[in-house]
Design a protein around this ligand. Structure first.
Ligand code: HEM
Length: 132
């Protein structure tokens, strides 16, 4: 059923699964398999943005008051603000990560990767551990 707790729980699992994909893609890179890095991250890109779109459709179109009660919990609103501070920049960087990777703009890709690494780590920590 579409409850706030279920949606948040599913998203926490999705973020952990996505992190495994990202780590696998970095392992491939360290082993020199750039093609595999690109393929895994293409899946990472599609999966992450699909989950984000599904969340927005569920929370804004299907059931706009879904999270109303949930975020009445003490500290929940502050945790969400902190989480969005990391997850929004991470989401915005994703298309540029994919583009610079595919176009072999190596310097730009690596510079973005440094920022993306920070934002993704923040997304995982604040999303999985700080959100109620
Ligand atoms: C987060 C840390 C990441 C690091 C350190 C990293 C690093 C690299 C490096 C060094 C290359 C080879 C560039 C070249 O010489 O042409 C590469 C390629 C690539 N990366 Fe990343 N990347 C990261 C994340 C991502 C993400 C998040 C995506 C997609 C959303 C991505 C997509 C790609 C693609 C598509 C390629 C080209 C693969 C190919 O040539 O077949 N990377 N990456």
């Amino acid at each position: 059923v579409l409850t706030a707790a279920n949606v948040i729980g599913a998203l926490k699992i999705a973020v952990l699964v996505a992190t495994c994909l990202l780590l696998a893609s970095l392992t491939a890179l360290l082993r020199g398999n750039i093609k595999l890095h690109g393929r895994i991250n293409f899946v990472f890109f599609v999966a992450t943005l699909t989950a984000l779109l599904a969340l927005e459709v569920a929370a804004r179109l299907i059931q706009p008051d879904l999270f109303h009660e949930y975020f009445q919990q003490p500290g929940a609103e502050a945790a969400l603000a902190m989480h969005l501070g990391f997850s929004l920049p991470a989401a915005l960087l994703l298309p540029f990560m994919l583009y610079t990777g595919l176009k072999h703009k190596r310097r730009a890709h690596l510079a973005l990767a440094a920022a993306f690494g920070i934002f993704w780590t923040g997304t995982v920590v604040t999303g999985v551990f700080f959100l109620p």
